[in-house]
Write a protein of this length. Structure first.
Length: 113
């Protein structure tokens, strides 16, 4: 478990990390939802789909330096997001969290223990 931070502010206190093939492919499939403090960071991923999901999510696409390249809000089930050029990974979180956390394109994020 890791924490997602912006400056010294903790944005998500329960950030799971998907680095290997199976967790990256599975993503949030099979889950019933996310709490406000939960998220999934998928490495080496610049596009996602929500096929077979039962709830909407927000996605924060970041580059290798964890700079926010794109924000995608309220992605409902059965959608496909085309690749975000320059993005190296994506952080998936509960729908509405981008607004609640005040995230903006260009923000620099940090993942710590």
């Amino acid at each position: 478990m890791a924490k997602l931070m912006k400056t010294d502010k903790i944005l998500l206190s329960d950030l799971q990390i998907a680095q290997t093939m199976w967790p990256r492919m599975k993503g949030l499939l099979g889950t019933r939802g996310l709490a406000d403090e939960q998220g999934l960071w998928i490495h080496h991923c610049n596009s996602i789909h929500t096929f077979f999901m039962n709830y909407a999510i927000d996605c924060v696409f970041v580059d290798r330096e964890m700079k926010v390249k794109a924000l995608k809000k309220n992605i409902v089930p059965h959608r496909l997001l085309m690749p975000i050029w320059g993005a190296d990974s994506v952080i998936e979180m509960k729908a509405g969290q981008i607004e609640r956390l005040g995230l903006q394109q260009g923000d620099l994020l940090y993942v710590g223990a």
